[in-house]
Design a protein around this ligand. Structure first.
Ligand code: HEM
Length: 165
């Protein structure tokens, strides 16, 4: 399965599309998405980017819950993250939320690599649907990178995000 990673280009437009609802259904709806995201976060805990996340168990649990809700909604499931986004469009809210962390290309690659491992453990799902979900993550994650190798910072403007319907 090709789950490649293309490099971030500072300030360049990022084309992405929200994942197909068929992925959400195939993964097993809300319960399946929770399982996938909890597995992902268990791996994050063991990864090189663990230090970005709360070390307190309850705080980490709260992140897992919110993260699961976001992915349920962005994949076309029930709108259960809406409230957390305080009326801001979901993807725009996500870009701004990550501004609080200094995210480099290296961290993005570690994040994606961890997600790839979790996706590879899914059983009995059409690879095309997994690739469609990956496509969203691979592209959208570029907008979370705000700290560059030359030490400069650049916070993606939402206008840089080109949502292809
Ligand atoms: C496709 C890309 C990504 C998506 C969709 C995404 C999504 C999310 C979501 C839904 C949350 C929880 C939001 C909430 O608190 O309500 C979150 C939190 C977070 N994400 Fe991401 N993320 C992405 C990429 C990354 C990357 C590349 C990093 C790199 C380190 C990262 C680091 C974090 C951190 C540190 C938090 C917050 C932990 C805290 O609040 O203490 N994310 N992300």
């Amino acid at each position: 399965m090709s789950m490649d990673i293309s490099p971030v280009e500072k300030g360049a437009p990022v084309h992405f599309h929200n994942p197909a609802i068929e992925f959400f259904k195939a993964v097993g709806g809300e319960d399946g998405m929770r399982e996938l995201m909890y597995n992902f976060y268990d791996k994050i805990y063991e990864s090189d980017i663990a230090h970005f996340f709360p070390q307190d168990e309850d705080e980490f649990e709260a992140i897992k819950v919110k993260n699961t809700k976001f992915f349920i909604q962005i994949c076309g499931g029930p709108k259960i993250y809406e409230e957390a986004a305080k009326g801001v469009e979901l993807n725009e809210f996500m870009i701004r939320l990550h501004d609080d962390f200094s995210i480099t290309e290296k961290s993005r690659i570690e994040w994606l690599g961890t997600m790839r491992e979790a996706l590879q453990e899914l059983k009995g799902i059409d690879q095309k649907l997994i690739e469609d979900f990956w496509d969203y993550l691979e592209n959208f994650s570029k907008l979370t990178v705000n700290t560059f190798a030359d030490g400069s910072t650049y916070y993606a403007a939402f206008t840089q995000a080109k949502e292809d319907k």
